[in-house]
Design a protein around this ligand. Structure first.
Ligand code: GRF
Length: 203
């Protein structure tokens, strides 16, 4: 399968995916990495792995629609079976999301449906939660609202430092995202009627 990964930042999830591919655990390959941030370290990781690393600057487009059109054009050169959002920090238009419907995944650092949006670690601490985590979900036009495929939990300790919590959550992310991608690439995972299905069972 052809996998295109969209990034904006460090790319630790991208790295984890590339590692599992090189270990033969995912029936696919990352054919391109696209970033809306030139400084994203994820682009460096892609180049080092010999993967096309593409920067498309959202600041040079007049509207979200025109940016997403350029993004789509660039992505489609790689005829992707799967689009993986891995720390891509931009809201996508409904047209874009619908175009890649049932073939776009995201990872979000919270136990969805809790804490959609930003600053999730601090919000979980402030709420007095005793656990937190990450979720992989199919992308639908509702922000962070698509059907969840897999969640991973970590405890929140007393007087929890948000950075330490983020590190533990991200460690889980690096385990779970490649696993979900491996399911998708071996045709075990699908989205049907807005539901995530693994081996034809609703998740
Ligand atoms: C992850 O915590 C992810 O859940 C969030 O952004 C972070 C990206 O990290 N959406 P990285 O760029 O993969 O290292």
């Amino acid at each position: 399968k052809s996998i295109v990964v969209l990034v904006s930042g460090n790319g630790s999830n991208l790295q984890a995916i590339l590692e599992q591919i090189s270990l033969g655990k995912i029936n696919g390959k990352v054919t391109a990495v696209v970033s809306n941030k030139q400084s994203a370290y994820a682009l460096t990781r892609a180049k080092e792995a010999g993967i096309p690393a593409i920067f498309i600057d959202h600041k040079s487009f007049a509207s979200r629609e025109s940016y997403d059109q350029a993004l789509k054009k660039s992505i489609d050169e790689f005829t992707p079976d799967l689009i993986v959002l891995a720390g891509f920090m931009r809201i996508l238009t409904p047209e874009f999301v619908d175009y890649y419907s049932a073939r776009m995944l995201n990872i979000h650092p919270s136990l969805l449906p809790k804490y959609k949006g930003l600053d999730t670690h601090q919000r979980a601490i402030d709420a007095g939660d005793v656990e937190h985590g990450a979720s992989v979900h199919f992308v639908t036009p509702e922000l962070d609202g698509g059907p969840v495929v897999l969640q991973s939990k970590v405890p929140i300790f007393e007087r929890q430092d948000p950075d330490e919590l983020a590190q533990r959550v991200q460690q889980q992310e690096r385990q779970m995202y490649p696993l979900v991608i491996s399911w998708f690439c071996s045709d075990r995972l699908k989205m049907q009627n807005n539901k995530a299905m693994l081996d034809d069972k609703i998740l």
